[in-house]
Design a protein around this ligand. Sequence first.
Ligand SMILES: Cc1ncc(COP(=O)(O)O)c(C=O)c1O
Length: 290
Amino acid sequence: MAEIIPFDARDGYIWLNGEMVAWRDATLHVLSHGLHYASCVFEGERAYGGRVFKLTEHSQRLIDSGKLLGFDVPYTAAELDAATEAVIAANGVADCYVRPVAWRGSEQMGVSAQKSKINVAIASWEWGAYYSDLRLTRALYQRPAPNTAPVKSKAAGLYMICTICKHDAESKGFGDALMLDYRGYIAETTGANIFLVIDGAIHTPTPDCFLDGITRRTVIGLAKERGFEVIERHIMPEEIDQAQEIFVTGTAAEVTPVRAIDDRHYQVGPVTGQLVDDFRALTRAVANAG
Ligand SMILES: Cc1ncc(COP(=O)(O)O)c(C=O)c1O
């Protein structure tokens, strides 16, 4: 197994509350509200050739996620964009993953923390393929209903069940978990949106209780440009038996074919292959435009 280099023991730079600081100095206090009460939102972005794909959409989503948790990220999208570009340049890795995060600080330690400071950090690091030979198993938990959690926020708290489900899947030899929603429809994996190819048409769950991913929307656009029919609807778990191809999309995952769901196996078919290529071409074009 590859050696794990802890994230607090690396070198480079992290943008923290308006300053570029040495990587190892980007610390926070243990009595931070974001840690205890999950008052924390984040983003995941990928840069290609030094340019983040859909940067402003990600910066805006960070701000919107914070609003859904009742706080204002104290920077504009344009300021976050500039800070992101600066941190990528400082770290000198042009093809990288970028992690902006915003959280309530340590001024108040209780459920109420109206006067706590909102902190923002942005880090970037080299990160290769998120999935390889992706096989899924049914998740332990379901995505919560929209009236039980701020499901449109990329909120750290919502990832608690994702980590539990992913660990459970890994312990059973799978790469990730297939999460159903609160009604029992197919939702997504713990870190990517899902698509089923059924008789040439592309079906994907309606994102009414999970993230409508930026990659998801991009891939739907690419598919339509290719003339594929894209149908957003509620999908029952049994329908995986009718699919000829299944793939997932996400910033980290990009477009990744699903090779199996439990004991049902899938080939990497022509629709998935086309969209993998089209997404790669699009992100390479972003890199080359820089
Ligand atoms: C739970 C979850 N769903 C979907 C996505 C895909 O979203 P995006 O394409 O905006 O990265 C992500 C990744 O951010 C995710 O963590």
